[in-house]
Design a protein around this ligand. Structure first.
Ligand code: PHE
Length: 344
């Protein structure tokens, strides 16, 4: 029995010595030292020995257990440290390296521009009209007739306006001015509102023109609203939008729904009025159309033109963004090239 124990011990120590990892070491521990392990199997035979032999063999068995235990512990320590340093080596991070770049989205330049325009008018007490009063698919009545366009006006021509095939009087609106009629016919003055949105025109696409673009419409109607109010509001707008007081020029113009009508030019941003390619050598850039609301329009929405007056304006968002950010092709807004978009 003594020889058996000796053999068991040598075998165990050798296996421990050869153990490659902690898992294997645990298996060896179970094999030799667990309750059903090999050492206990031998120990169970001790009770069958003679009384003289029992304590001697018992002692040797205890010693064997102790030696195997010690050896397991030593090996455990070695393997544990080895395991740890391997882990540290493989998982080490260099905290001095720059972090991963996570790309994030940005607002489209047109969204930025619209938000800026809206916030300037907010500052002057204008609020947004309800979206339902500014539909993109519109009837001829709201896009033209109620705005005092005569029946034979050239803008109504198919060459300028997209009509739908659903109904002969249904079109894609060519201007946001439809929002004037829809807003005013539903409630009573005073009004001081703006309405941004998409408009459509059947035109040849070029660096300056696109079939789809954006406008911000605005109007103010109350008792005693004058052309002076129009000038004050729109001059303040250009000052805020372009970041400094810029000379403006109010040129007489014509719109069926305003009288008198003006187009407002701002001194060329690029050449400061000296004349360059952007302003076709004129020194001025047109930024919006405006005027005093025609009494006929007020009558069409049941507002008494003898009691109330007002002004309206409509500005092209792409145009304003192109001037502000020096963009030379309107199509850039619609191509969704990230190299362009990420600059804003
Ligand atoms: N609707 C006009 C256009 O699209 C602009 C405008 C709006 C002019 C309001 C006067 C008043 O050209």
């Amino acid at each position: 029995m003594k020889a058996k124990l000796e053999q068991l011990k040598n075998q165990a120590l050798e296996e421990i010595n050869n153990a490659a990892d902690l898992k294997e070491l645990q298996e060896i521990r179970i094999k030799y030292l667990s309750r059903k392990g090999e050492l206990n199997t031998i120990r169970r035979g001790v009770k069958d020995l003679s009384p003289e032999e029992r304590p001697i063999i018992g002692e040797i068995a205890n010693k064997t257990a102790e030696e195997i235990e010690n050896s397991l512990e030593q090996k455990h320590e070695i393997l544990y440290k080895q395991n740890l340093s391997e882990k540290l080596e493989s998982e080490k991070i260099d905290v001095t390296l720059p972090g991963d770049f996570i790309p994030y989205g940005k607002q489209h330049p047109l969204t930025l521009t619209i938000n800026e325009i809206v916030s300037i008018f907010h500052m002057m007490g204008f609020s947004l009209i309800k979206e339902e009063n500014s539909p993109e698919v519109e009837t001829e009545y709201y896009n033209f007739d109620a705005l005092n366009f005569p029946p034979d006006h050239p803008a109504k021509d198919m060459q300028d306006t997209f009509y739908t095939i659903n109904a002969s009087n249904l079109l894609l609106r060519s201007q946001t001015s439809n929002s004037q009629i829809r807003t005013m016919e539903k409630s009573a003055p005073p009004f001081r509102v703006i309405s941004p949105g998409r408009v459509y025109r059947s035109e040849a696409v070029s660096s300056r023109k696109n079939n789809l673009f954006h406008q911000v419409e605005g109007f103010m109607v109350d008792e005693h609203v004058t052309f002076g109010d129009l000038k004050g509001v729109l001059n303040k707008f250009t000052e805020e939008f372009f970041g400094q007081v810029r000379p403006t020029r109010f040129r007489t113009s014509f719109f069926p729904f305003t009288e008198p009508s003006v187009e407002i030019d701002v001194q060329c941003i690029i050449c400061a009025g000296k004349g360059c390619r952007t302003c076709s050598q004129s020194g001025w850039l047109e930024i919006l159309g405006a005027g005093m609301i025609d009494p006929n329009v007020l009558r069409n929405v049941n507002i008494d033109p003898d009691k109330y007056s007002g002004f309206a304006f409509g500005m092209g968002v792409e145009r304003l963004a192109m001037l502000k950010y020096a963009i030379n092709d309107i199509r850039l807004f619609f191509n969704n090239d990230v190299r362009f978009l990420e600059q804003f």
